[in-house]
Design a protein around this ligand. Structure first.
Ligand code: DD3
Length: 326
């Protein structure tokens, strides 16, 4: 049963990618339809490795590209069931060791089955570079008063750019990745894959719903007036994911972050089987709980104390310290 459902889902993903690719594999221009561009990372000069994880098979690198600051993120992609037969058939195996019934090999996969997901941020700001350095974190307990006295002035003074969000809303970027849109200016939103998801397997499905409304920065701005918006995102988001990927609402984790990583209201939809970064109790607020809390108290999120982690090098942490709150 489960295996059959998985197979159907894999076929669905494959069908999706091949509609843009004009052939699902084997062409020379990038294995998943994207054009094989002249490599922007070949001119990248590494300055230092910010973080690496052998377990996650990732590396975060700070360096320069054409004299501009840049961050490059490399991540080995999971082995996929739908290309497994091809992988085993067309790769070469080099024996490393043999002992009794145990053998280890180095498998050399053909190029199109051996991708590394690569993210480039250029020009990168100091904040991007810091983000990927490992840092100790501390919990903050932010009252409604603390939010208005400390956090809000800080986020206003920083004027964090959400240009990339506006580009998505205006179809100037990622228009071909949109999974669903409700164009209503008040309760409407766009649903699309988050950067973190390569869309090759459903196990780590990660979509974001971005609201058309631009006047809600975070959970803190939400009141009972926003209930129609939140209910709309929950209902239509779940429906679109069920339709496109065959994942039922009971397999979805739907939540908001506080603090968010960008101050434009958005909702995360991740696969329940995926331990997504930031889905822990110290940062994630289930959309259903948010809806219920606002039903019970229209000002719940402007008055309640909210707890969240901050990195040791975060300027907001310094502001809380200066105010004698830590
Ligand atoms: C971001 C939070 C922001 C590094 C990285 C990502 N999903 C995005 C631009 C376009 C996107 C996202 C900041 C930035 Cl890797 C610094 O996220 C994005 N497009 N999360 C999508 N689809």
């Amino acid at each position: 049963m489960a295996a059959a459902a998985e197979e159907r889902a894999a076929k669905r993903l494959k069908a999706d990618s091949s509609t843009e690719a004009g052939g699902d594999d084997g062409d020379d221009g990038g294995a998943n339809g994207g054009p094989a561009l002249h490599s922007p990372v070949s001119g990248f000069k590494t300055e230092r490795v910010l973080r690496e994880s052998a377990r996650e098979k990732t590396m975060f690198i700070h360096g320069k590209m054409d004299d501009q600051e840049a961050v490059v993120i490399l991540e080995k992609t999971p082995i996929r069931q739908d290309t497994l037969a091809e992988l085993l058939k067309t790769s070469t195996l080099n024996l490393e060791m043999k002992n009794d019934i145990y053998c280890t090999y180095h498998l050399h996969a053909p190029a199109h089955l051996n991708e590394i997901k690569t993210t480039v941020i250029c020009p990168a700001t100091e904040k991007h570079v810091k983000k990927y350095l490992h840092q100790e974190t501390f919990l903050i307990e932010e009252s409604g008063e603390d939010y208005r006295a400390i956090t809000l002035p800080y986020i206003s003074s920083q004027s964090f750019s959400v240009q990339w969000v506006y580009n998505i809303l205006e179809k100037k970027a990622e228009a071909d990745r949109i999974v669903f849109e409700d164009p209503d200016p008040n309760v409407g939103f766009l649903l699309l894959p988050d950067f973190k998801w390569d869309q090759k397997q459903l196990d780590n499905m990660y979509l974001i719903a971005i609201t058309h409304r631009r006047d809600r920065k975070s959970l803190r701005d939400l009141t009972s007036e926003d209930l129609p918006l939140l209910r709309n995102i929950r209902e239509k988001g779940q429906e679109a994911i069920q339709k496109r990927y065959g994942i039922p609402p009971s397999k979805l984790r739907v939540y908001l972050h506080y603090q968010p990583s960008y101050y434009h209201l958005h909702v995360h939809f991740t696969s329940l089987d995926y331990d997504a970064p930031g889905c822990g109790v110290e940062r994630a607020h289930l959309l259903s709980d948010v809806i219920q809390n606002l039903q019970a108290d229209p000002r719940y999120y402007s008055s309640r104390t909210l707890t969240f982690p901050l990195r040791a090098d975060d300027t907001l942490l310094l502001k809380f310290k200066e105010a004698g709150k830590l």
